[in-house]
Design a protein around this ligand. Structure first.
Ligand code: HEC
Length: 290
């Protein structure tokens, strides 16, 4: 195998290796950045929801309970959970893809019922009372999400007015939600988990695309560089070496001794050509002495 082929193969393989490493690193960095961005979006949504519910409980509920009769119940006026969920529906009209859920295994509102994944989160919070939040990634119906969840506890005796016994709950509430589910909650029980889902499929696909784009550009540059190197090797190394090889063979046979061996370059090949030229002169002298 010629010098040029060997050199190109080794260079090609090494550069390919570097290129794959670069593509892989780009993919990893991009996905990590996507996850960090999802986490910070999640945190914003999360804190905003908490603030809205806080406002609801501290500022709104006392006034509403003064204004409304005991047995009347208007979900969006009287449940912080209903109010934040409805607000989130409007938010979704502007920014679709994000989801929140007050996931409970014994919910008043059926759409709040925890699915298998949310059930395991709920169990985790019940088992480990110190656990204040959990996060990670999950695929739902083929869409990937970053999720963040916190436990929701029955942290006030007031909650039990609506969530303990249907007999003491506001009559309207029983009419709207029935008596089957959402009752018999106990004080301090972890009854639900607020889970915020941030879509990441698009960002991950973008990360893949970035990595492939980088690979394609890198491969293009690599092929171009190898082509230029190949031309340089052909002109600067292979051809002069073949010429020197032919001349040396001629000299060894005592032919063409009068023609100087000239390769006009200042590198190793130039110096080899000067050495061969000195050899040509010496062989010429030795032959003329005989
Ligand atoms: C005035 C009655 C009332 C009070 C008081 C009340 N809730 Fe609720 N709660 C509801 C209703 C009604 C829903 C269903 C809201 C909807 O339609 O989204 C609900 C929903 C929830 C949910 C979502 C899961 C589900 O059951 O659908 C959680 C969690 C929850 N409440 C916890 C609490 C906690 C904790 C307190 C006390 C701080 C509390 N609630 C106080 C009536 C009440």
């Amino acid at each position: 195998m010629g010098i040029r082929t060997r050199f190109i193969i080794i260079m090609g393989l090494l550069s390919l290796l570097a290129l794959v490493a670069l593509g892989w690193a780009s993919y990893k960095f991009s996905t990590r950045a996507a996850m960090q961005s999802a986490a910070s979006k999640g945190e914003i949504i999360f804190n905003y929801l908490q603030a809205q519910r806080h406002f609801f409980r501290k500022n709104q509920t006392p006034l509403i309970s003064e204004l409304i009769e005991k047995d009347r119940f208007y979900p969006n006026l009287m449940s912080g959970f209903a109010a934040t969920s409805t607000t989130f529906d409007y938010f979704n009209q502007k920014m679709p893809g994000f989801m929140i859920k007050y996931a409970a295994d014994n919910p008043l509102k059926e759409t709040n019922r925890a699915d298998d994944f949310e059930d395991t989160i709920l169990k985790q919070f019940r088992q480990d009372k110190q656990l204040k939040e959990t996060s990670g990634t999950i695929s739902k119906n083929g869409i990937n999400f970053f999720y963040r969840a916190i436990p929701l506890k029955v942290d006030h005796p007031d909650c039990l007015q609506c969530h303990s016994d249907p007999a003491v709950a506001p009559k309207d509430q029983v009419v709207i939600y029935g008596t089957e589910s959402g009752y018999n909650w106990q004080l301090n029980d972890t009854v639900a988990s607020l889970v915020v889902y941030i879509p990441i499929s698009e960002a991950i696909a973008q990360a893949k695309q970035n990595a492939l784009f980088l690979l394609a550009i890198g491969a293009g540059c690599l092929i171009f560089a190898l082509f230029i190197i190949s031309i340089f090797l052909e002109r600067g190394v292979v051809r002069p070496l073949i010429r020197l090889n032919n001349r040396t063979e001629e000299i060894s046979l005592g032919k063409g001794l009068e023609q100087p061996v000239v390769v006009a370059s200042n590198d190793e090949i130039g110096s080899l050509s000067r050495a061969i030229d000195r050899l040509r002169i010496s062989v010429g002298r030795m032959l003329s002495r005989r």
